[in-house]
Every structure is written in C-alpha cells, then in structure tokens.
Design a protein around this ligand. Structure first.
Ligand code: NAD
Length: 350
C-alpha cells in the first residue's frame, strides 16, 4: 500500500497507524498541516472494504480539514482519524479507550471530534484517556439553554447565513420572506436549518428517507413533503443538500432547476468538473466546506472557551466569506470552488 506516492498524499506532516490487539482497534490518524494550529478533525468509524480505502479517506479528509479551518479563520490545522470497523456492531468501551490512548500519543498535534459513526458518547470515552478531544461536554446553547457537544445547531446557523449571502448575490435581495427552499435531508442540521428559514419567512419543501424526520418538518414547520427524486426538479430558489455527498452529479444536474445550491452536506459535487458546469448554467454553488464550517467553529470555541456571543459572531463570518467568494468568482469568471480553494491557500501562505 503506497503512502508517499499515494494519489491523495499531499505533503501530509504525519500519518500514523494504530493497532491495539486487545480491543481490536485498527485506526489511522493523518495530520495534514499544522501551520495555523493543532490539527483538528473528526474520528470516523466505517466498515472500510480495505486498509487502502481507509487510508484514502483519511488522507483526503484531513486535507479538507486544513482548507476548511483556514477559510473559517480558525487557529487550527487539518487532521482526521479513521477507525476500521462496523459502527453498528464493532463498538466497545475498550476500543474507544484504546483510540483515546492513540490520540494522546500524538501529544496534542491532533485533536479529535465526532464524525460519521461516532458521537458524543464515544468522545466522552476517549476523554477518559486524553484531553485532546472536542465535543464531549455540555455547553451553552445559542438560546441560552444547555446542550451537549453536538455541533449541528452551529452548522445549521452557518448554512442559514450562507444562504443569505447567496440570495443577496444571485437574486439581489436581502429579505428571505417568501424564498422557496428545497431541503434534502431534515436530520440534525437540515431540521435546524429549516427552522431558521421558517422563522425568516421562507417556504419549505423537504424530503427524507427517514419518514419520522420528514413528518417532523411537516408537522412542526409546515414544510411540504416531496419524494426523494422529486426534490431535484422543484421550481425553487435554493436547493439545500443536507443528507449525503455526491448529490450534484450528471443525473441530478439534468433535473436541478434552482439558481442556488447551498447546503450542509460534505463533498456535494460528485466530481470537481461539475463546478464549471454549474457556473455555465448560472447556478450559484456555495462551496460545501465554506458554508458548513459552523460545526468546526463550534468545536474550536468549545476548546478555547470562547463565549456563545463570540461563537455566533464568528459563524456569521461565513456570510462575509461567501460574499467574497461569490464576488471574486464572478469578477474572474472562475468557479466558486476554485476561489474558495485559493482563498484557503492564501490564508495558509501555501
Ligand atoms: P443526520 O444523519 O442527522 O441527517 C441526515 C438526514 O438525511 C437523515 O434524516 C437521513 O434520513 C437523510 N437522508 C439520507 N439519505 C437521504 C436521501 N437519499 N434522501 C433524503 N434524505 C436522506 O446528519 P447531519 O448531522 O444533519 O448532517 C447532514 C449532512 O451535513 C451530512 O452530509 C454531514 O456530513 C454534513 N455536515 C454535518 C455537520 C454537523 O455539524 N452535523 C457539519 C458539517 C457537515
């Protein structure tokens, strides 16, 4: 299995393989870049088909975290961890304690957090063995209440302000009243986003493969439920993907009519060339890692103990960053993804 010549190897500072026979832990941590600070990124647990697949994921995801944090103006670098195992059947306290020890051995160069297949409970187990873990405790919520370390409300708020920037740029309006928005996936982030949009007066269409989540949006927010495939072709102002990646692909592109794509999902474009196709169709795409940075900002503030007011203001910076991306892309006739990448590299001095 090549590492230094791997196609996704991008001058990563450190790639470490961890194994604990007693608990069955097999994991990889990749520290991509610590120019701006310690490498923070989630710990994913997935039933990878091969070690090679796990390596590829950790190399790509850790690089993505460097760019995301740089663009969000955070004092953090990029890193990621993957545990090779089935998140439904392979979890144990011993496994996550061993993972905590593995993280700890990097001495704080890597800080872990929840990701697909892990959550607050696993972070709490790792926190027994290392202090280099985020999202394990209770904290103040935006509304003054208390919540666990789940960063989803912050991610949703960032997507909401990002949609505001996109609407201002593409549709020339500040007011979201009557804005028509289609949301794919009304889980943690999608539902919270829907609530912000509803409060701002938007009209909502939603789809979710989990019927209870779809019903919750209909009953609590007055959203209209549509079928899984119908969501793409709706005559709406904004399509907000908040479910899964690769959702903009040659098939969905045919159907998509919205002039704006802005949502929380990671890796929304199935391939990089699609950004240019969207640009030619005058469809404004909010780069996923720019608009969904609310979660990492939240995690960073938890680490540094910043106030909820300061956190909120930092998340609102996503609106300014996106406005700059949109303006530069238009002025240069470039894609929004190319500009976002360039702005991140500028901030890194790369
Ligand atoms: P979630 O699992 O709570 O919600 C996702 C929802 O999408 C679920 O209700 C699921 O049933 C639904 N879904 C899955 N496939 C679907 C399909 N084909 N059609 C319609 N609905 C479908 O996850 P989440 O935490 O809300 O995250 C949503 C997306 O945002 C993910 O792609 C995640 O990687 C990304 N993201 C989340 C955060 C965060 O803070 N939670 C941060 C950055 C990015």
């Amino acid at each position: 299995m090549p590492v230094f010549t791997h196609i996704d190897f991008d001058h990563h500072e450190q790639v470490v393989f961890g194994h604990d026979p007693a608990s069955g832990l097999k994991a990889i941590i990749a520290v991509h870049d610590t120019t701006l600070g310690p490498a923070l990124g989630g710990c994913r647990m997935w039933n990878y088909a091969s070690d090679e697949e796990a390596l590829r994921d950790v190399l790509r995801l850790s690089r993505g975290m460097t760019y995301k944090s740089a663009l969000a103006r955070l004092p953090l670098g990029g890193g990621k961890a993957v545990i090779i195992g089935d998140p439904r059947s392979g979890k144990s306290e011993a496994l996550f304690q061993a993972m905590g020890d593995f993280v700890d051995r990097l001495g704080g160069r890597y800080i872990t957090a929840a990701d697909s297949g892990t959550g607050v409970a696993e972070m709490q187990i790792m926190a027994q063995r290392t202090r280099h873990v985020a999202g394990a405790g209770q904290r103040e919520a935006f509304d003054g209440g208390s919540r666990d370390g789940n960063p989803s409300p912050s991610t949703a708020y960032g997507v909401f302000v990002g949609i505001r920037a996109a609407v201002r740029h593409r549709l020339g309006r500040d007011d979201l009243k009557g804005l028509r928005v289609a949301i794919q996936g009304v889980g943690e982030v999608g539902f919270s986003l829907a609530r912000h949009l509803k409060d701002a007066g938007a009209e909502l269409w939603v789809t979710d493969i989990f019927e209870a989540n779809q019903r919750r949006a209909v009953e609590q927010l007055g959203a209209r439920a549509v079928g899984q495939h119908e969501i793409f072709g709706l005559d709406v102002d904004v399509f907000a993907p908040c479910a899964l990646g690769s959702i903009v692909n040659p098939q969905t592109l045919e159907a998509l009519r919205a002039p704006i794509i802005a949502g929380a999902a990671n890796n929304q474009l199935a391939s990089p060339e699609l950004a240019e196709q969207l640009r030619r169709r005058d469809c404004l795409y909010a780069p996923d890692y720019a608009i969904n940075a609310g979660g990492i900002i939240d995690v960073c503030y938890e680490r540094t103990g910043g106030s909820t007011a300061a956190l909120k203001a930092h998340i609102e910076g996503i609106e300014t960053t996106l406005a700059e991306i949109f303006q530069r892309a238009e002025a240069e006739g470039a894609t929004t993804t190319a500009i976002a990448d360039r702005m991140a590299r500028e901030r890194l001095g790369r």
